[in-house]
Design a protein around this ligand. Structure first.
Ligand code: ATP
Ligand code: MG
Length: 253
């Protein structure tokens, strides 16, 4: 079943066509990869999909619902979670609190409720903490729940971001270069995490430069070049695709 459909999505910044008439479909339960040279529009695609920018043209259907031009918090509530290319953990906040922030999109907190916490709200908070601890366990960070996030190693901060994104209980998780800058053992841990997330039935779109990571993870890959979708196929097909090879060769010149 189709979970996400992008129809003719464009995102132009003045004269820059960051995304130009992109059509794509992601099936429920799939791990879809997006590759492309620097500046080819990968991150911009996530930014328009999550409502940070309004597309110049086109529509997004999520589970059959048109979510185009919805504000970011509504898109998150609808079930699209993400991580960012540059780490965005709250550094002077504990690891556990970072995950609780992610759960917040699902919590029904009110201003008055925060001032006068009722027993029911205290119960909600307890449940939220318990869930956050489970997520930390899932990403293998539960022993660090009380640490300042700034004290975590780089790879651990990346896993914390994934835990936070999972806390909003997404149906679709967007990961923007989650293994960038990692050493091989840190990257391995994250790859294992992709598979565990997949086993939970969560659909994943993964932007990744490391072709080895992609080969071991994605079922289908879409390649972008200069804002245009130039190829789509299995990792093997993409690896030997002439246009993809040309796009990357052009980058090295
Ligand atoms: N807010 C913005 N304003 C103007 N131009 C932008 C904006 N965001 C992105 N762009 C431009 O859109 C193009 C695509 O950028 P984008 O960040 O999506 O590329 P990318 O494929 O994610 O690259 P990388 O692999 O380096 O992360 C670039 O030319 C970039 O400068
Ligand atoms: Mg990017």
């Amino acid at each position: 079943m189709t979970l996400l459909e992008a129809k003719g999505i464009s995102m132009h910044f003045g004269g820059v066509k960051a995304i130009d008439y992109v059509d794509l479909t992601v099936d429920e339960g799939q791990i879809m990869g997006i590759i492309g040279p620097n500046g080819s529009g990968k991150t911009t695609f996530f930014n328009v999909l999550t409502g940070l920018y309004k597309p110049t043209s086109g529509r997004f259907l999520f589970g059959g619902t048109d979510i185009t031009n919805w504000p970011p918090h509504r898109i998150a509530q609808a079930g699209i979670g993400r991580t960012f290319q540059n780490i965005r953990v709250f550094k002077n906040t504990s690891v556990l609190e970072n995950v609780l922030v992610g759960e917040h999109t699902k919590l029904q907190a009110t201003f008055l409720g925060a001032l006068f916490r009722s027993p029911a709200q205290k119960k909600d908070e307890e449940i939220a903490r318990k869930k956050a601890m489970e997520l930390l366990d899932f990403v293998k960070l539960s022993d660090k729940f009380n640490e300042f996030s700034a004290n975590l190693a780089y790879g651990e901060q990346r896993r914390l971001e994934i835990a936070r994104a999972l806390a909003s209980q997404p149906k679709l998780l967007l990961l923007d270069e989650p293994t960038a800058g990692m050493n091989p053992s840190e990257a391995d841990q994250v790859i294992q995490l992709f598979h565990k997330i997949h086993e939970l039935g969560i659909t994943i779109i993964l932007i990744e430069h490391n072709m080895q990571v992609m080969m071991g993870t994605a079922e289908r890959i879409i390649a972008f070049d200069a804002g245009v979708k130039i190829a789509e196929g299995t990792p093997k097909e993409i690896q030997y695709n002439e246009r993809v090879i040309q796009a990357y060769l052009g980058e090295e010149e």
